[in-house]
Design a protein around this ligand. Structure first.
Ligand code: HEC
Length: 266
């Protein structure tokens, strides 16, 4: 899972990268606001309110992982110090965040957002570009076994175990994963699960283009106009507001946000 392996973006590295400015909502985000973003966009769900026990619990877990790793690395003995909820929710990048002296000396505030494992290793865009059609072939060979021929993944006893990659239950048009470049980096490093770094950069970009050129739930920042939203928030490598191969404009028939939980069966 993304929190546990060294290369996909781990929770503990993110913890020490906040508070930080995000273009996504044009303000400085605390760690709890960043977590809300994961739930609103990547999970296409409804985030618990600021200060809620759920966000405190996620923040505490992230802090405990990250702080434990830093204490090991810089030779600070003892258990991870406890923090009050308010401090936990801000994230570890603040000037006044309580850290043992040995860690403050080794890791100035500006360096804290760059802990190893943060973000994805970049995979250069192929010089000849990328193609959803070629990506479909890659998908059939390397992905559909787990994510389904129809991209809808699988659930076991009603709980999704293999995530859908497009359609009503997938990440939405506001999630970072809808960008072709971001998905290509993630896929190249982590997929097919258990056999990572199997695809060539070309295959990773092509298959990222394939899954991201299909309809999915609406960008939660949508306020009635796909074109306006495209201009304001989608000036990047993605297909929102565009037509692929003469198909419908993507985003125009997007699925709803916060869908009710459905029993998706098999
Ligand atoms: C062996 C099963 C398996 C195979 C094969 C596989 N995946 Fe996955 N994939 C998973 C699981 C499990 C997850 C969720 C856990 C995770 O994100 O690490 C996942 C997550 C993902 C996600 C993130 C979804 C999200 O909601 O953020 C993407 C994108 C993805 N896979 C793409 C691919 C692509 C493209 C391929 C083919 C190159 C592929 N996967 C092959 C099992 C698999």
């Amino acid at each position: 899972m993304p929190g546990a392996a060294p290369t996909p973006p781990p929770l503990w590295a993110a913890y020490f990268a906040y508070p930080a400015y995000r273009k996504k909502n044009d303000k400085v985000n605390s760690y709890q606001e960043r977590l809300q973003g994961c739930m609103t966009y990547s999970m296409n769900g409804k985030a618990p309110p600021l200060g809620s026990p759920e966000l405190v619990a996620f923040a505490a877990y992230s802090y405990w992982l990250g702080m434990g790793a830093l204490m090991d690395k810089y030779g600070v003995p003892g258990p991870v110090p406890e923090l009050d909820d308010e401090e936990l929710l801000k994230g570890g990048k603040g000037d006044d965040f309580p850290l043992p002296d040995a860690i403050v000396r080794a890791l100035p505030v500006d360096e804290r957002g760059k802990l190893p494992g943060r973000g994805y290793p970049l995979v250069e865009k192929p010089t000849g570009g990328y193609s959803p059609q070629r990506g479909e072939t890659v998908y059939r060979q390397h992905c559909q076994l787990c994510h389904g021929a129809d991209g809808q993944g699988y659930a076991s006893a009603g709980i999704p175990t293999l995530p859908p990659l497009w359609g009503p239950d997938s990440f939405n048009w506001g999630a970072g994963m809808h960008r072709v470049n971001t998905a290509a980096y993630f896929i190249h490093e982590n997929m097919p699960l258990g056999k990572s770094i199997q695809l060539t950069p070309q295959q990773a970009w092509d298959v990222a283009a394939y899954i991201n050129s299909r309809e999915r739930p609406q960008d939660p920042r949508f306020d009635g106009s796909v074109e306006k939203l495209r201009q304001r928030y989608h000036q990047h490598t993605g297909y929102y507001g565009q037509s692929v191969d003469g198909g419908p404009v993507l985003g125009a028939k997007a699925y709803p946000n916060f869908p009710p939980q459905q029993d998706s069966g098999d």
